[in-house]
Design a protein around this ligand. Structure first.
Ligand code: TRP
Length: 319
């Protein structure tokens, strides 16, 4: 029997932090290793262009995400790993979807409204059509499941609407992908524990931070009640239950020493990502290995993408 398929992507925004890891990347790795689903994971570099980007930085950020995928355990032998722009069919199908999607639907998207507000003078058309490109990313592979974070649920719903609309107009083509259950997870900012850990305006714990940096960042972490809760919760993803229970009990009784909690957390995280740091560095130092992986990934992605686009073109009347 043919395996069911799962697909997801991460924008090419460079180094990932612990929140990104626990919220997305770790789940990708777990799904892959379970071995039940055919996995497609890509880096969305075309989506990254919707905000102004320095070309050299964009190239570097894209490769960094790929290196982190692999260093964290995504295995090119088990998953198809590729870069969005290497499979031209994404942009082609996005154009076709643009032509069946009412502007009104796109203007309703929360992310568009939020981002549009923050870039008032220069709302580019790509920001508006971001979700049709995302629908193309997804439907091109006719996946059964798509893991997305809360902020992308609305875009996935739009992809389902586009699938239905296309099917109605041109005949059954795209199955409607289902969201893949993701535990809501909130790793909070170390500096401001009322907000989520973030790359902007925050000082997040990056996966490849050196042990010294991890220690320094944690030393400065705020230990208000929510702050302390966040530190213990973060620890719970990486440490033995007995260690976590000890700090939880001490926090309840008021005996907790935050310096000890921080130091245990720092060591636990540094140790957990020791291999990750090493592997990431190796990959970025040997671009030939990375390009081989990416060429191979794009070729395998195209094996699915090309038949889909051929079917679509035939159905809509393109010669
Ligand atoms: N928009 C997603 C994000 O910012 C990234 C993305 C692009 C994606 N295309 C996708 C995720 C297709 C899942 C499926 O997180």
């Amino acid at each position: 029997m043919k395996k069911e398929t799962i697909l997801s992507g991460v924008q090419a925004t460079g180094r990932m932090h612990i929140g990104n890891y626990l919220g997305a990347l770790k789940q990708f790795v777990d799904i892959q290793n379970e071995g039940k689903l055919e996995c497609y994971f890509f880096v969305a570099d075309l989506h990254a262009l919707t905000v102004p980007r320095d070309p050299e930085k964009l190239r570097q950020d894209t490769l960094e995400v790929v290196a982190e995928y692999i260093a964290a355990g995504l295995d090119p032998k088990k998953s198809v790993i590729f870069i969005q722009n290497h499979v031209l069919e994404h942009a082609e199908l996005a154009w076709i979807f643009n032509c069946i999607t009412p502007v009104g639907e796109l203007e309703k998207m929360t992310q568009y409204k939020d981002k549009g507000r923050s870039q008032k003078d220069s709302v580019n058309a790509g920001l508006l059509t971001y979700p049709t490109l995302m629908a193309a990313d997804i439907l091109l592979y006719k996946p059964n499941f798509v893991p997305v974070g809360e902020d992308q649920v609305q875009h996935l719903e739009l992809a389902r609407i586009i699938a239905r609309k296309f099917n109605r107009q041109f005949g059954e083509t795209f199955p409607e992908p289902k969201p893949y259950e993701r535990k809501p997870l909130r790793i909070m900012s170390l500096k401001n524990p009322d907000k989520k850990m973030s790359k902007t305006g925050d000082d997040p714990l990056y996966l490849d931070d050196t042990p010294e940096i991890i220690e320094a960042k944690l030393k400065k972490a705020v230990t208000t009640e929510t702050g302390a809760k966040n530190l213990i919760e973060t620890l719970s993803y990486f440490a033995d239950k007995s260690v976590v229970d000890k700090f939880t009990a001490e926090q309840k009784s008021g005996e907790i020493r935050y310096s000890e909690l921080k130091s245990v957390l720092a060591t636990t995280i540094s140790d957990h990502f020791a291999d990750f740091r090493k592997r990431k560095k190796e990959l970025l130092n040997d671009k030939s290995e990375l390009s081989k992986i990416l060429n191979d990934g794009a070729a395998r992605a195209r094996e699915i993408a090309v038949p889909t686009i051929t079917e679509v073109k035939q159905k809509i009347g393109l010669l």
